[in-house]
Design a protein around this ligand. Structure first.
Ligand code: FES
Ligand SMILES: [Fe+2]
Length: 478
């Protein structure tokens, strides 16, 4: 047990808010089920065959985050989103519904829309001018008399845009390429309920950036789903948080962990002193001024909790619905396969991981910053920025104005391992990854991938081998 955990448990006094909280506490920590100790092979990160199997059995069968609802404010607002070889159009209709379609012209297969976002009354293919309404129905084809196939009339129902399964949750439009997908809320399971205490639809997106990285998408997921690397890779982070030995839970095909904030890691000898960096992070991230705080740097989270509980009845933040962990620390949830929510009541980051269309050696890491500000607060417009592979983005510059430079460094550090990991796991000398208990989310993630690929799990509605979306996985891998 980490030192902070014992301290929290010994001093804890208000574990449940008056209104009841949907998020189950991490503490006291639950034992992690034994899911094995086997090495994880390197081939899964670079094999084209494995990439194809992932596409067929996972990407086309699971729920993904598409676009933010608020980015489609009125009828005709649309946004394009790409995943692997596919491109999709999300568009709000005259009836207010948001629909998703494959971005493919039904005539000869051209990409229908080549603009990333905007406003349209209809989508017109630039090649021969076929047109579709914003509800996906065919509007017109050019010169139908030239098509003998249509002598008896144009089969309009057959020529509509191909739809995606879509649902809304948390202010996001989610999509699934499987027409028989299980309902999203059921897919998100118990962990989805936890996060509903945040009222994500109230959050406003203030930044969206895409980093193209020179490694497989699973290296990117793995990079963020353990905190064992903090000490070596992010030495600054242990100055104002604890990620060294933290609670982790595997819940169905998803998982979560709790990173402790407002403290100093037990890895450091000097935990009490308020250094300039600790003071800056306390002020910038937690809103407590140095002159107002006289306690230990390791105990800042108690002050955060006191402050938020004291103001919970007269604030627009949903503190009353939250447990103490949510108020003082950072919840980190990953929904299989590729959506991560790192969350505080006032702000959060969403990470979305995407494979490259053809190359297992590349991926896209989408980074969203959302904030919950007073209602009707005007916010700066954001522009989606894409940092191409090899362009070496300067993360401090990319995140200027939204992130403290220390946290931009952290992202740079995380990104710095993509190419080296991709190169290393290809070596003939590499015998497979050895994962510790603090990396159990990675083991669970790769086992879940294997189970989808081997069709032990499937996300088809009604399928007997449907993936469990709640409850700990108790069985050992075979
Ligand atoms: S390919 Fe789209 S109209 Fe011909
Ligand atoms: Fe990291």
């Amino acid at each position: 047990m980490a030192r902070i955990e014992a301290e929290i448990l010994s001093r804890r006094h208000d574990q449940a808010p008056a209104t009841g909280c949907p998020a189950e506490l991490f503490l006291p920590r639950k034992a992690i089920p034994n899911i094995g100790l086997e090495r994880i092979d390197g081939q899964r990160f670079y094999s084209p065959e494995f990439m194809s199997a992932e596409w067929e059995k996972i990407w086309t069968k699971t729920w993904q985050i598409g676009v933010r609802e608020s980015d489609l404010p009125e009828a005709g607002s649309f946004q394009i989103h790409e995943l692997g070889k596919e491109s999709f159009i999300f568009v709000r209709g005259e009836d207010g519904a948001i629909r998703g379609f494959y971005n493919v012209c039904q005539h000869r297969g051209n990409r229908l829309c080549t603009v990333e976002y905007g406003q349209m009354k209809a989508f017109t293919c630039p090649f021969h001018g076929w047109q579709w309404n914003i509800d996906g129905s065919l509007k017109k084809i050019a010169d139908p008399q030239f098509f003998r196939q249509f002598d008896q009339g144009v089969p309009e129902a057959e020529l509509g845009l191909s739809p995606l399964t879509t649902e809304r949750w948390g202010g996001w439009v989610w999509f699934n390429m499987n027409p028989a997908a299980i309902p999203l809320r059921e897919y998100l399971g118990e962990l989805g309920s936890h996060l509903e205490s945040y009222d994500f639809s109230e959050y406003q997106l203030i930044d969206y950036q895409t980093f193209e990285w020179g490694g497989n998408w699973k290296h990117a997921v793995d990079a963020f789903n353990e905190s064992y690397h903090f000490q070596a890779l992010h030495p600054d982070m242990v100055e104002f948080g604890e990620g060294h030995d933290i609670p982790i839970e595997l819940v169905g095909i998803h998982s979560r962990m709790l990173n402790f904030g407002g403290t100093v890691s037990e890895l450091l000898d000097e935990r009490d002193k308020m250094t300039p960096l600790r003071a800056r992070m306390m002020e910038n991230r937690l809103g407590i001024r140095k002159e107002d705080y006289r306690g230990s740097a390791a105990d800042v989270h108690h002050e955060v909790l006191r402050h938020k509980r004291a103001s919970q009845n007269d604030t627009y933040f949903p503190y009353r619905k939250m447990n103490d962990e949510q108020l003082a620390h950072q919840y980190h949830y990953t929904f299989f396969p590729a959506a991560t929510f790192t969350q505080k009541p006032e702000a959060g980051n969403v990470f979305r991981y995407r494979p490259h269309a053809t190359d297992p050696n590349r991926c896209y890491y989408d980074f969203f910053i959302l904030v919950r500000n007073p209602p009707r607060t005007p916010l700066p417009e954001y522009e989606h920025r894409v940092h191409k592979h090899g362009a070496s983005p300067i993360y401090a510059k990319a995140l200027e104005g939204t992130f403290d430079p220390i946290l931009s460094n952290v992202l740079q550090q995380d990104g710095s391992n993509m190419e080296t990991m991709q190169a290393g796991v290809k070596s003939d000398s590499f015998k497979g990854m050895i994962l510790c208990d603090q990396e159990v989310r990675l083991r669970h993630f790769h086992q879940t991938i294997d189970r989808f690929i081997n069709e032990v799990y499937s996300a088809d509605a009604g399928a007997p081998n449907r993936a469990p979306t709640s409850g700990l996985i108790q069985d050992s891998p075979t």
